[in-house]
Structure formats: structure tokens, C-alpha cells
Design a protein around this ligand. Sequence first.
Ligand SMILES: C[S@@+](CC[C@H](N)C(=O)[O-])C[C@H]1O[C@@H](n2cnc3c(N)ncnc32)[C@H](O)[C@@H]1O
Length: 222
Amino acid sequence: MSRQTRVIKLLDLCCKAGGCSMGYYKAAMDLGYQIEITGVDIEHQPNYPFEFIQADAVEYISKNWQQYTHFHTSPPCQEYTVATVQFRLNGKKYLDNLEPLRELLKKTKRPGVIENVMQAPISPDVILRGDMFGLKVLRARKFELLNWFMLNPVMPPKIGSVKNGDFAQVVGKGQLKVTGGKKFKVPGKSVTEVWRNAMGIDWMTNNELAEAIHPIYWTRII
Ligand SMILES: C[S@@+](CC[C@H](N)C(=O)[O-])C[C@H]1O[C@@H](n2cnc3c(N)ncnc32)[C@H](O)[C@@H]1O
């Protein structure tokens, strides 16, 4: 099939406000592919920029996978991320649907990607960090590739740090906060403006930015 006639039908499970979806969209545009994207999230996502379905990810893909040619999922990371360690040590349990989603994506025999934090139990087939793309936020993430393969891009040594104020910390509810270090600030800009600019995302709220993946990552994945 040529690039002009092929239509990619991508299902983004656990899509939130669509950082990953937008990355796939821009990468497909750059490469001359037609792409239709559907996002699924358990919570309503009024700012999601493509077709949206509010549903449980496992239930939705179980019943509807045949409608799609490609799959992505960013399952909730609270069971693995360092940000929740103190709560987990106190016995708090978070929803973890990573394993059932992996099995369902594998069974489709169609290309899929699982994205998550560095501590999550997924294969580090690809590892990307914001500074590889000139972004002012680091947010290193692992990507497990299912039913396809690519080489892991070389990650250059990191120059600078969050503590020295070289990178923004896009976490929490919207403060430019760094414990015991210099804050990344841009004079005259609000936190939302700084975060949006650092992430390369112009449509999200602070809460959505705090959980998003930079769209630019997909220029390397596709
Ligand atoms: C880390 S966020 C995804 C961020 C997104 N990939 C981006 O780049 O903007 C994870 C999302 O999973 C959603 N979620 C949690 N449990 C879910 C479930 N059972 N089914 C579908 N979505 C779920 C949450 O509501 C949240 O929006």
C-alpha cells in the first residue's frame, strides 16, 4: 500500500488530553500518511483533540480491537512512579492495568506501543528524554514495542539539571517548584505558559501537562 492510500487507524488507550496522540498525528503528517486517531480514557477529556470515547481501556480494546490498525497505551503509572513511593510504603494501592493491556495488544498481532515511567515493568525497547529534542523538560520515558521493532536511538549525555534551573519540572498542580535548587523561570511568563512551552504543547491545562508526554517524541518512534 502506498503512503497516499494507506490509512492508519490508531487507538490511544488511557489518552488523557492527548500528548501521545498528537505526537503520532504530527509524525504521520510529516511522513505523508493518513491517520485517524481515537482516544479512550476512563475520565471525560474535554481537551482531547481527536475522536474521544469515555470507557475502561481493557473493556474497550477487548471488544473493538478489530477496528484499529495500530495501538498505543500509557497505562496509569502511580503504582510505579517515584512520586507515589511514600503513599505505597504506607499501604496505598493504585489501579494497575498494564499486564492485561499488554496481553490484549500482543494478541492483536498489530503494531503497538506501551509507554510508561522508568520504574515500570516494561521492556526498555526505546528510551527517550526531552533534552534529546532540545526541550526544556526532561521526562525520560520507556517504550515497549509490541509486534514490531526499531533500534533504540542513542541518548547523549545530559547537560544541565533541574536543580540548577536548566529544566522545568512539570509536575503537581502548577508551581515552578524545585526542592533545594533553582527554579526554571521565564521572566513575564505564567507557569502554564512556561510548562506549555517546555513541553511543546499549546492546548493543555496544568493538570493535563503534568501527566502528558511530549508530542515530539513520536518523530523518533515512527
Ligand atoms: C499518564 S495519563 C496519559 C497521558 C497521555 N498519554 C498524554 O501523553 O497526554 C494516564 C491516563 O489513564 C487514564 N486511566 C486510568 N485508568 C483507566 C482505565 N481503566 N481505562 C482507561 N483510562 C484509564 C487516566 O484517567 C489518565 O488520564
